[in-house]
Design a protein around this ligand. Sequence first.
Ligand SMILES: C[S@@+](CC[C@H](N)C(=O)[O-])C[C@H]1O[C@@H](n2cnc3c(N)ncnc32)[C@H](O)[C@@H]1O
Length: 351
Amino acid sequence: MLHEETIGTTRTGPYSEEDIGSTHLHHQYRVDLRIPTLKEYSQFITLNTVRDWSQLSWTKIGKPYQVEASAKERSEWENEHHRDMDPHTSWTYFNKAFHEWFVKDVPKEMTQSKKQFLNNLRSFSPPEVKHAIGDLIRIHLWNYVHRIQDGIWDPRGKRALFEGLHLNKPRVLFLGAAEGYEAMQFGAMYPGAEIIMVDYDEYCKSTRFAEFPDRYPFLGENPQTGQTKVVYKNDLNIEYQIADIRDLDYGAEFDVVMSVGLLEHFPDEHKYEVCDWHRKFLKPGGYAILTTPRNQLRSRLYYRVMADVMNHTYRELMTVEQMGLYLYESGFDIKRHGYIKVHNGIICQPR
Ligand SMILES: C[S@@+](CC[C@H](N)C(=O)[O-])C[C@H]1O[C@@H](n2cnc3c(N)ncnc32)[C@H](O)[C@@H]1O
């Protein structure tokens, strides 16, 4: 059972190793301390579908799907400024809009939006009813995708992707870190990790990362026993830097360089530069780890319904083959590739 009152004893959060195996719904997210058995493993990750990357070509696999629906805030900004919204501004809008959903009390908002919908229905005003239906659909979709399915954080899928790398107290650089979830999950699994998160939107450090719940439990490893351990944000060694990735002056000094949802925001003419960002800070033998959203029907639907929250920037959905081919053509050897609930994942090393 989950004991809120245990905070303040030797634990740094409300869960302990006794809770491993359990899951429950918090009003903002799912707490998931389940560990898949070997048999269940394939439900959370599909691995290594491509045998020989040199045999793939763009003619065979096609190019990614470009998401067309744009956020209202973006169109309004562009009408007002008579120019395209630049990427940095787009990210500041995106991060604010996205964060507002992570901090919602979802059950409460579902009840409120149902009430609002019924009230508006009684008003017989079609625009108000349409607006209320939109709100109702979005909160239910968010509840399903983020809370019920846990598709965005997907701890079991991410752990399956990250596990088993030969790393000792790795230095990890997270490019475009936003709230930093994946580097925290990674750091929990590789004890002693030193994590540097980088994002040029200062709201990511001041609000998205700062407000990431201290009490959210990550499953990681106990370095003393090798057993599974519950790890919290504040147990980890994290430095958050507000900087443009293009201005970083690190050398080749990281064991891992990772990004989550970055590559797909650049049209093809910039993709190889983005791949290179993942190479230039790696020590010899280091790993680049990238994930991008999958091109699947339900994801296309999600980005259409949630356009006002998600689509301030250029965005593509791709297959793991497409993602891997960009990396392969950029001079990486693909060591592990696969897909989890809503993202593709690749672990690769410079050739
Ligand atoms: C799509 S988000 C990453 C997805 C993330 N998991 C989330 O939940 O939002 C990409 C992040 O990269 C950052 N970013 C994009 N280009 C950047 C650059 N040149 N330098 C630093 N950060 C950048 C954005 O500010 C944004 O927070």
